[in-house]
Design a protein around this ligand. Sequence first.
Ligand code: PMT
Length: 391
Amino acid sequence: MIKSDSLLKNKQILLGITGGIAAYKSADLVRRLIEQQAQVQVVMTEMATKFITPLTLEALSGKSVYVVQDAMAHIELARWADMVLIAPATANFLANLTYGHAHDLLSTLCLATAAPICVAPAMNQQMWHAAITQENCQKLQQRGITIFGPAIGSQACGDVGAGRMLEVVDLIDSLQLFFHKTTQKVLITAGPTREHIDPVRFISNRSSGKMGYAIAEAASAAGYEVTLISGPVCLSSSTATISVNSAQDMYEAVMAQIKNTDIFISTAAVADYRPVKQAEQKLKKTAVTLQLNLEPTPDILASVSNLENPPFTVGFAAETNNLVEYAKKKLVAKKLDMIAANQVGIEGLGFDSEDNALSLFWQDGGLELARANKKILAKQLIDVIIERFNS
Ligand code: PMT
C-alpha cells in the first residue's frame, strides 16, 4: 500500500546487506521501502551475495547493486544517503563497524558517511548474547548508531531466542519512527541564572545543571533534535548549547528558539527575582544594613505555555514542602502538559547532587520515578514525555 504521508517518502536509503540467512528478507524490505516512496540503493557484502542474488535486488530497487570496492563509489554512496540501514547486520559486521574496519565497500562507506546509521542485527541467539557482541552494540549505541531489534523467536539453526532480524513490517515502523523523531525539536533549559547586584556580586542558586544536561543527552539519544539553553555551570554537552547568564538572557534565548519546537522542558532553576538596579561599580560597604530592591524576572515557562501554539510543555517544581500540592498548583497555574516535582533541601537529592527522584503529574494522571542517578532518571522521564506527547 502506498502511503502518501509516509515519512520515508523521497528519503534516500542506502540498504547494506550482510551475509546471514535473514538476507532473504531483504528482497521484501526493498519492495516495502519502494512502496513507501523511498529511494533505495543496495550495497552487499560478498558473503551476502551467497544468500540472495544482486539481480533480485536490482530488479526490485531499480538501481544497480554495488558489491565490490572501487575508487570513488564509497564516497559517492556515503554522500548520497539520508540514512544507512544495515539489514541484516551479522555479528561480524557489527564488530567491523565497532572497530572502524574498512574491509569492503559497505564497511568503508559506513566510515565515510555523515548520515545516521541504523542496524538490524540477525544472528544465532548464543552469538547475540555473547559478551563481545553486547559490548560492541553498547559502543555503537554510545556513538549514536541505532539498533533495531533483534526479535525473539525460532531461528534458522533450530535455536529459539533473541537474534532474529525484525520482521520487515516492524523494520518499516522503526524507520518511520526514526524519521519522525529526527524531524522533531526539543528545547531544554538547565542550570541556574545569575542576577547581578553589581559587576562582581550576583543572586543565584545551587543548581548544577546535571538534571537538565542529563535530560538533553537522553532526548538526543532518543533521536530528537535537541537545543539546550544553559545558565552558568561546569558541564559540557554533546547537544547544541546556548549559554546564558541571567533570567532575562534565558527568556530571550528561549523565545528566539521556541518557533518549531515540539517539546519544551524547563529544568532550569530560574531566579524569580532580580535587583531592580544593577550598580555599575562595585558597591562600597557604607552602612550597617543594605537594602536590595528586587523585581520579578520574566516567567519563561508561563510565557511558553501561553503562546498561541505552545509546544508540549513540561515544567519542574522544586519544593521543600507540600511537594504534591504545590506541584499540582503549578501544573494548572502555568497551563502545563506535565510537571516533574522534586523534593529539594534534602542532602543527596535535587540541587547539585548525582541522584534525584521525580513525581510526575499531568491533567488526569501521574507517575512516580523512584530515586536514581539523574542520567537514569532522565531516560525514564524522556520515555514518559514521548509517550504522553504521542498520545
Ligand atoms: O541542576 P541540578 O543541580 O541537577 O538540580 C536540578 C533541579 C533541582 C534544579 C531541577 O530538578 C529542578 O527542580 N528545576 C526547577 C527549579 C525551579 O526553579 O523550580 P520552581 O518550582 O521555582 O519553578 C517552576 C518552574 O518554572 C520550573 O520549570 C522553572 O524552570 C520555571 N521558571 C521559574 C521561574 C521563572 N522566572 N521562569 C521559569 O521558567
